[in-house]
Each structure stands twice: as C-alpha cells, then as structure tokens.
Design a protein around this ligand. Structure first.
Ligand code: FMN
Length: 351
C-alpha cells in the first residue's frame, strides 16, 4: 500500500518521491519515466537555456502524469521570459531554487501551477512562505550540485517546525534509498527529492561515463566548494557552493582557490576543453554524498519502486535497515495503521 502524505495528496502522485530538477541531466525522458512510475518528475531547466527548454517542454506536453519544471531563480531574474516557456507546457508545479521567488510567484499561481521552493535555511524558508510557496524543499549540504552548509538531518525538522503544517516539507540531500525516505518521514517531511540517485538511471541525460563514476565512487568522495564554478567561469552568489565528485582537478585545487582565481584565465581554457572532450578527470561530475549508496544504473521506474517498497516495509516495522526483522509496536490485529507526523499515513495489512 503506497505511503500517503500531504505531498502526495497535493500533487496527485502515488509515491512521495520527487525527481530533482538537475540542470540538463533531468530532461523530458527522465521526467516522463519518474512521473509515469508514480513519482513526480521535475525538468532540470537550470540556468534556462532557451532552445533546450523549448525542445524539452514540447515533449512534456504529451505527458499525462503530473510533472514540474525547475529553474534557478537568480538566473531566471536575468531572463524572466523563460518562465512563459515553462508555463506554456502546463506543468503542475514550478520549482524555484537559489534566490527570491517573490517576483515570479503571482505569474506561476495565476497559471494554475503550484510553487515549490528549495531552501537551505530558515530565512529562505520564511521568504518562500511569504512569496506563497505551496511546498518547501529543505536541502541539506549532502546534496549534489549547489547548496549551502546545513545538514539534512538538522535542516529538515527545523523547516518542518517552521512550516508548522501550513505546507508540506520535502527533504533533499543525501537520500538514495528507502531507508532515507523512511527516516525523512520520521523527521516530519512529507516526501523526498532525489538528484544523484536518479542521475545514475537509464533515462538521465548525463554522459555514461559520469554515471559509471557515480556508481564507482565511495561515500566521502565528493567535495562542496567553489573550485569547479571558478574553473568554468560561473560564479554563484553567496552562500551557494557546489558539490561534485572528487577528481584529479579537485585534488589539484582544493584549498588553493585563491591561486586558482589568480590563474583563472588559463585554467578556464583547459577546463572548457576537458569538458568538451568528456574528460571527467578534469570536468565535474555533479553528485552528492549519497554516491556511496549507488551501485547501478537501472530504469528510473525501478528506483521509484525500490525506494517506495523499502520505505513501506521499514515503516510497517517489518525490518530495520540492516535487514533485521523487528516486532513492531505499531502492528495491531489484522494490520497496522501508522499515523505519522504532520498527517503522513501508511495503511498496511499483514503479509
Ligand atoms: C547533476 C545535478 C544537477 C543539479 N542541478 C540543479 C538545478 O539546476 N537546479 C536546482 O534547483 N537544483 C539542482 N541540483 C540540486 C537538486 O535540486 C537537489 O537538491 C539535490 O540533487 C538533492 O541531493 P542528492 O543529489 O543528494 O539527491 C542538482 C543536483 C545534481 C546532482
């Protein structure tokens, strides 16, 4: 029996599992696969490359399952017309990350879409709520890609308390399996948003070699910082830094960012050439701390099913995450009704 939460009810989805809007990696193929599997696919509009956005949103017009489109807020502010392209695809939600969503909120809502805001602390969460956010994504530092300093296990309950039931809160950063989903529901989240796990899926648009490197990487082999942004001449506003796999380029420049800045002209030329050649010893593989949990590149639908099933079993108290069978204090005669925090609810029968 699927896990029903305020999030699944609001978005009309089967499983409380969202695909993160990974710039270019989360294209229409991956969005379609996740949404058709009962999750919620969010297109990675990223910085808003117009031709790509037009091409991918055109393909989503055929999708008969709920989906969203994600955009980087500070970049959208420079090209606000991209929001019209996104809304023309009639998404169920627009997700805005990294910046003040207020200037875009009215247009999103009057188009009938929900506003999802990704936040990294309480100040950003208040700003998002003031702008009328319908869903908050609490993103911890474990996340792949850009983010900030707070950990998921610290941030999620803090944002849940701040939201106080007004809107569902979704946990992001470091989650890649059913244990992560179950744990986040226990912290009061209504669902999870996953990037790195879905990067290593058949339908993701990333390079095969990048996916293989995610599978090979051990836990602890990522780094958050500014060295890759400096190397590609794409400086982000504070407090945002990027998390990527540690490769030769990272090993060379970690702790030497000032020197990197002083040599940025030559570094950037070499970096661009390596990126064009698909040389991931230099070019970044954007990925989060959950890489240690990822060992295969399955269809995205399998990822959704595995995570949902594992979390359902854990929450029904049949196993702990090390595989031990637990007697569940929550199991009553003929089945269990687990009524969690903030209205999360799982109905189960024995079996
Ligand atoms: C390859 C990649 C690209 C990303 N691009 C974006 C983006 O364009 N916009 C955005 O809001 N977040 C982006 N993120 C961050 C995700 O929205 C999300 O917070 C993160 O992936 C969650 O952590 P996880 O990777 O541990 O699952 C990206 C993440 C990855 C891994």
């Amino acid at each position: 029996m699927p896990i029903a939460t305020p999030l699944t009810r609001l978005l009309g989805i089967e499983h409380p599992i969202l695909l993160a809007p990974m710039d270019v990696v989360a294209g229409s193929r991956l969005v379609t696969a996740v949404s058709r599997a009962g999750g919620f696919g969010i297109l990675g509009g990223g910085y808003g490359e117009r031709a790509w956005l037009e091409q991918e949103t055109a393909k989503l017009k055929e999708l008969r399952a709920p989906f969203g489109i994600g955009l980087i807020t500070w970049s959208l502010a420079k090209h606000p017309e991209l929001l019209d392209i996104a809304l023309a695809a009639r998404p169920n939600a627009i997700m805005l990350s990294f910046g003040d969503p207020a200037p875009f909120s009215a247009k999103i809502k009057s188009a009938g879409a929900r506003l999802i805001c990704q936040v990294q602390d309480e100040t950003m969460a208040r700003q998002a709520l003031d702008a009328g956010a319908d869903i908050l994504i609490a993103q911890g530092t474990e996340a792949g890609g850009h983010g900030a300093a707070r950990t998921t296990v610290d941030l999620v309950p803090a944002i849940v308390d701040l939201a106080a039931g007004r809107v569902p809160v979704v946990a992001a950063g470091g989650i890649a399996d059913g244990r992560g989903l179950a744990a986040m529901l226990m912290l009061g989240a209504s669902g999870v948003l996953l990037g790195t796990r879905f990067y290593a899926s058949e339908e993701a648009d990333g390079a095969d070699e990048a996916k293989r490197r995610i599978c090979r990487a051990a836990s602890g082999e990522t780094v958050r910082g500014i060295l890759f942004d400096l190397s590609r001449n794409n400086v982000w506003p504070a407090p945002f830094t990027g998390r990527c796999l540690i490769n030769d380029h990272a090993r060379r420049w970690i702790g030497r960012e000032v020197e990197l800045m002083q040599n940025v002209a030559t570094v950037a030329i070499d970096y661009a050439a390596a990126k064009a050649a698909g040389n991931f010893d230099v070019a970044a593989v954007i990925a989060g701390e959950s890489v240690g949990l990822i060992h295969d590149i399955p269809p995205a639908a399998d990822i959704v099913a595995r995570i949902a099933t594992e979390a359902e079993q854990l929450l029904a108290g049949r196993h702990n995450s090390a595989g031990g069978v637990l007697p569940s204090p929550l199991m009553g005669e003929g089945g269990v009704v687990l009524t969690g925090y903030m209205g999360n609810r799982i109905d189960r029968r024995h079996g």
